[in-house]
Design a protein around this ligand. Sequence first.
Ligand code: SF4
Length: 602
Amino acid sequence: MSQILRINMNDRSHRWEKLPPELETFAGRAFTSNVVADEVEPTCDPLREYNKLVISPGLLSATGAPSSSRLSVGGKSPLTGGIKEANAGGLTATKLARIGVRGIIIEGKPPTGASTWYSVVVRKGKCEIIKNNDYAGIGTYDLISKISKDYPTKPGIIGCGIAGQRLGKGAGLFGNSIENTDPGRFAGRGGLGAVLGSKRIVAIISDDAGGSTPEPKDRTKFEAGRKKLVDALMKHPITGRLKDDKGKPFGALKNYGTNVLTNILSEAGGYPTRAFREGRFEGAAKISGEAVHELVDKTREKFGDKTEGKYGHPCQPGCIIACSNAVPYEDTGKAHVSPLEYESVWALGGNLGIDVLQDVAELNRLCNDLGLDTIETGNTLGMLMEGGMVKFGDGKGATNALKQAYDEKSILGRLVASGAKIMGETLGVTRIPVAKGQSLPAYDPRPIRGIGVTYATSNMGGDHTSGYTIAAEILGMKGKVTDPRSLEKSELSRAFQSTTAYIDSSGYCLFIAFCILDDDNGFAGMKETVDGFLDKDIDVTSYGLEILKKERDFNRRAGFTPIDDRLPEFFRKEPLPPHNVTFDVSDAELDKVYAPYWHAAV
Ligand code: SF4
């Protein structure tokens, strides 16, 4: 029996609520977006008491379906001013699902000027809100280690770092790894770490003692779907097993992680280099997934089992794709950072003209320790370089600037934690790569128009994960690449946005999409597990579209209009080498993404 835990930080009270029937099929993003849209005043200040932070494990979390224990976090974003959902792996979704928690809704905030910090401990049918100033003001690596000592049962942990505690708009929510050794699992985007900080909560700790595996309503259908999906995932060259029958590397994600994309995007001329000035990076190979793979193998040869470097690592219990990694120091084999993902490598690497892998790993480690989103922070540092304060390619300069964020009194440090828009505007930069205030990720929209349409129109602001057309435009589905330069991408983007909303609610990791869009059996497996769990026939597209509509309506009530569905001017005016193209998609085509549904209401 699922329940909702509602926490009121005005008076630090809580209550357990029965899951209402209308939310029965909603979990993950469907849950967070519905609660935010129904309960949060769209025009409220996101960092004051009327915003809510909503947390929900995906529908299939802890069920044994493969790669299905993602955690969604939602609220009104301080970065975009619109609705936000961000999701991550880690342990928390599994723990909450096992103790029957469908969602946690955190509302209110202690009085302004209050000096006390809190942690929240969730157990089966119980919740404690504990005054705890020891957890505040320290790096997240130290924080995880302190919490692990205080709670030795390996609980799920999510929280905000120093950046979120100081209400920096670039702050994400960190989560612990499955080994409970580091804070590298981030629901990074949209500044939701600052929303948690505004509630004066540093950490939410969830323990599943007395919990159990959630039971599908139609076990036979669920099992049949699970087997189909496992089979399809393992056979697929992107999501598949580590080695083929001849012992050669097979699954791209298991071997090279998402960072396998660095060389591919750079070759394609769609890798935004030096703050979106060029589309190809001459140093791509040095920071690529292949380079990380080689480094891990090197430290394995040198240190044997003692190396902490790895690839093919699962970020959550039950993930069989296992795209995560740990980058080791070459001279000791100790872990430097985990994971190092494609978007982070891009944001802190090629985007800044940095091609030294250890510099990129160090910048990522610092972001994790401060509780900052790597994509937002990489773009923020990009604005510092674009504004002439640090040279492109200067890894040490970027590191020194980022370290300023530890210092509460440093204005530069505060700016580094505030996101690209604020940094760019402060420095008089007129090429600020944001959509709805949130900075763009690792795919330039000029040569790859579909992802540009997603960036412009997504309810979430600049966000590749909300409609990852790269799967069709660069990687090709069913062996067929959709021309990335075609200007008619509204339908493609809408289809990706709606399927993604469904996947983000199911608990599945978005990376199953590489396989299920390619393999009908995999798609059927995904759907049967969800249908079997609920004992209902859920239509993937209409379920996703309903979520998008709800989110769109929130943004409309917050004051967004179709004009907000545009990219910054420089994408239309500055051709991107080497293909020398601009983002030429018409406004009418952008408006078509949502026009059939609700532009009329605007
Ligand atoms: S595929 Fe990668 S990101 Fe997704 S759940 Fe597995 S390890 Fe995590």
